[in-house]
Design a protein around this ligand. Structure first.
Ligand code: GSH
Length: 276
């Protein structure tokens, strides 16, 4: 692992690292914020999964998580969203590089390197646990849009791994919306039964559970009705008895101006569950 940048920030350190990845077959870059408390003790880890078109850098530069994470004593890790370099790609912004959807692809030309589920749940946690003062028994996960889909599906399918889960404007039912239908068709093939394991609403319908979920959703989000459809998560959680707090925020769109507004609320939500 190689350190690309290491900045002092809020009494802690904002670091960017690069490493050779077996899961994705190439070099990967991620951001990790160490709070001041990490100088003296292992700290819980909060994973932030980003949305379409993002690298590790979008949330690092625009997400404004550091003050709250420093105060709470939480490490924040921000992975990239897909394999890079000479990995297969597509000219569209919502397929290929920048659009890994946090699953392990089974279809050509994506299979072999588009293993973002394995990367963020196995390879990168092993690296973070080995290289940083991280308490891997206390992990939370959150994300935005495609990354909100990732946070919800990984928390639901890896029961017990994450003590807390939240999302900003998540794609809650990718099997039913254009972004997900396109990506799942490409990465997983036409057999829709295989899609259900990567769809938060379908996972809940099929019996997967978490105790509680926090979601913020802007009401002025251009993708709300076509791609995000939070009402489907609301119905699934109601039927399953999952405590969903869905906050509809008037006037906010899909951007990092929205995310950064509610970021501290989410970091504190996780910290309360990770530090008690
Ligand atoms: N208008 C965007 C659509 C994709 C989009 O809104 N991406 C969101 C995540 S789903 C994002 O975070 N974009 C990067 C940013 O705002 O920094 C584009 O075509 O690039």
């Amino acid at each position: 692992m190689e350190t690309v940048s290491d900045w002092a920030s809020h009494g802690g350190r904002q670091i960017v690292c690069r490493h050779g990845s077996e899961a994705t077959g190439g070099e990967m870059t991620f951001a990790v914020f160490l709070p001041p408390a990490a100088k003296t003790e292992p700290c819980p880890v909060l994973w932030y999964l980003s949305g379409l078109t993002c690298t590790h850098a979008n949330v690092m530069e625009k997400g404004e998580y550091r003050r709250a994470a420093a105060e709470a004593g939480v490490i924040v890790v921000c992975p990239d969203t897909s394999p890079r370099g000479d990995a297969a790609d597509d000219p569209a912004y919502d397929l290929g590089q920048g659009a890994g959807f946090y699953l392990d692809a089974t279809q050509a030309p994506w299979a072999g390197r588009y293993n973002m589920k394995r990367y963020v749940t196995e390879e990168l946690p092993a690296l973070v646990g080995a290289e940083f003062p991280a308490d891997m028994d206390r992990q939370g996960i959150f994300g935005h849009s495609m990354g909100g889909h990732g946070a919800l599906t990984l928390a639901l399918s890896l029961r017990g791994r994450f003590r807390s889960v939240s999302a900003f404007a998540p794609i809650v039912a990718p099997s039913l919306v254009p972004w997900g239908e396109k990506a799942f068709g490409a990465y997983l093939g036409p057999e829709r039964a295989a899609w259900r394991r990567h769809d938060a609403v379908a996972l809940i319908e099929d019996g997967a559970r978490v105790d509680e979920i926090l979601v913020d959703q802007g009401e002025a989000d251009n993708f709300l009705e076509r791609e995000l459809r939070p009402e489907l998560l609301e119905a699934a959680c109601r039927d399953a008895g999952i405590a969903l707090t869905l906050r509809r925020q008037p006037g906010y769109d899909h951007s990092y101006y929205f995310i950064s507004t509610f970021m501290a609320d989410h970091v504190r939500f996780h910290a309360e569950r990770l530090t008690k």
